[in-house]
Design a protein around this ligand. Sequence first.
Ligand SMILES: Cc1cc2nc3c(=O)[nH]c(=O)nc-3n(C[C@H](O)[C@H](O)[C@H](O)COP(=O)(O)OP(=O)(O)OC[C@H]3O[C@@H](n4cnc5c(N)ncnc54)[C@H](O)[C@@H]3O)c2cc1C
Length: 403
Amino acid sequence: MWRVTGLQAGAGPPDEILVTNTELHTDLRTAVRELCARFPDSYWRELDAQEAYPEEFVRTLTEAGYLAALIPEEFGGSGLGIAEASIILEEVNRSGGNSAACHAQLYIMGTLLRHGSEAQRRYYLPKIASGELRLQAFAVTEPTTGTDTTQMKTIAVRRGDRYVVNGQKVWISRVEHSDLMLLVARTTPLEEVKKRSEGLSVFLVDLGEAIGNGMTVRPIRAMINHASTEVFFDNLEVPVENRVGDEGQGFRYLLDGLNAERILIAAECVGDGRWFVERASRYARDRVVFGRPIGQNQGIQFPIARAHVNIEAADLMRIRAAELFDGGHPCGAEANMAKLLAADASWEAANVTMQTYGGFGFAQEYDIERKFRETRLYQTAPISTNLILSYIGQHVLDLPRSF
Ligand SMILES: Cc1cc2nc3c(=O)[nH]c(=O)nc-3n(C[C@H](O)[C@H](O)[C@H](O)COP(=O)(O)OP(=O)(O)OC[C@H]3O[C@@H](n4cnc5c(N)ncnc54)[C@H](O)[C@@H]3O)c2cc1C
């Protein structure tokens, strides 16, 4: 289990100079990098071809304690901050791997930690920290309502000591590789609430019990190897004690976890971006056409240099957001900006690398096309670029609300 041995990160006031290279961070980077080196490109490439889950990688990461980074020490985790958790995911993606196989546990665990009952926290968190239970699935999105979360149709009706759930979710990832799933469902119909954000609740679903007993899972074949599924609820019964927090407050709990999610995804994008720039630079140095390395041509060199600049700039915003988050300061603007900048920068780096590789960028054995597909996701999920711009327009710039 990886434990804090160096400095604690990010407790300073918001105007403090950015400290990015503490001893703790350097040690952590080195340790994650060493672990990831045991899972080379070929490991991820074969899984991608077979649409298989990186079981061994996730088990190794869990056993090393990394997926328990944000769980407090009293519950068996490492008690680290978001800055450190983001370094873990960045290094996974920078190694050529894909954190999306397991990143959700880091941030959805926070809903249980912050809003779960004492009994839930004492029961579940140590088991999640040790790897005995996986909490990798989070079910929000629905086919008919998409981004407009408050319109969701899945409904949970209380009957005595149970809730009976009916409805459908889509794009729910890792359900088949998780023991637990956080489910957001409506407990009060939309027509009966004053504000549309009221009346949603969060439930912890025991997948071992639920699948085949009111819950059906259907895999979605997709552009990336993401273990995403459609989920159907037909009178699924969930015990009342599995509700997380108060009934009707689910939307608030959802929003509460978003900053952590944005910062962690930004870090993954930074990792992807650095992987692309390293690959593009190496290839541009080595590939000789017209009697000279293609990287000698500024038409090849400048786009790589620009991609590098944009990744480093995005990384500063990610570090800033993490620092504010860990210091307990508001960071909605910074977390959203970090995600937007990093997703754009990694996508730019992906395009530049494809171009640098010429035809070989399309060959699976070089891994560029795989990472290209993987990093494209972050323009759309877990939150699309448009919705981030809308957040900035409305909440940071006080522009009129559009929806
Ligand atoms: C691989 C993958 C894994 C996923 N994993 C999960 C998961 O584990 N759990 C989960 O709950 N969800 C998951 N999702 C769902 C993901 O969060 C949604 O796809 C995403 O939030 C967008 O929702 P949508 O697909 O319904 O798009 P829609 O809401 O239909 O939107 C379509 C497009 O229109 C844009 N748009 C919509 N309204 C506006 C507006 N008012 N202004 C400007 N633009 C707008 C959107 O930005 C988007 O680009 C996953 C998705 C994918 C692809």
